[in-house]
Design a protein around this ligand. Sequence first.
Ligand code: COA
Length: 163
Amino acid sequence: MTERHALYPGTFDPVTLGHLDILDRATALFDRVTVAVAEGGKATLFSLQERVALLQQSASHLDRCEIVSFSGLLVDELRRRRIGVVVRGIRSFHDYEHEWSMVGVNRVLLPGSEYVFLLARPELATISSSLVKDVARHAGDVAGFVPPAAAAALVERFAGDRL
Ligand code: COA
C-alpha cells in the first residue's frame, strides 16, 4: 500500500503546545509526517536552526515524524519531497480565511495537492507564537503555552533585556 505522507509547514517561532497537538494528531492519521519549518519572509525571534532544534527537542517522543527546513514556495517543497498532502491547524475563522486563500493559490500552483485541516482543541485555540513571545518579553510564565525547550529558550532570549 502507498505510504500516507503529509507535510506540516509553518514558521514555528517558536513551536507552541498548539502546534504540538496538531502534530501529534497528524502522526495518528498519517504513516509519516514531515514538519517543514519555513525560513520565512517575516522577521523571526529565533533563527531557522533554532526553530528546527526546538521542534526536534519537543517532538522527539513522536515516531514517524521528521523535522526539516525549507525556503521558497511550499508547493516546490511538496514537489521536491514528493508529498501530496499538507496538514495545518485551524484555531478560528480568521485562520480559516487565511488558509482558504493559501489553498486557492497553492492548488493553482500544484494541481492535485490536498490540504487537511485539524481544528485546534478549544483549550489551545487562543495560543499564538506572537502572544507567547509578548508574555515572555515581559517576564511572564509561558509554561502553559509552549513545550519546556521553547520556554527555556524564551527565558534565555529575553534575559538580557532585563539586566
Ligand atoms: N496552535 C498554535 N498556534 C498556531 C497554530 C496552532 N494550531 N496554527 C497556527 N498558529 C499560529 C502561529 O503560531 C503563528 O502565530 P503568530 O502569527 O503569532 O506568529 C500564526 O498562527 C501563523 O503561523 P504559521 O503557522 O507559521 O503560518 P503562516 O501563516 O505564517 O504560514 C507557511 C506559514 C509556511 C505555511 C506559509 O508562509 C508558506 O507557505 N510559506 C512558503 C511560501 C509560499 O509558498 N507562499 C505562498 C503561499 S500561498
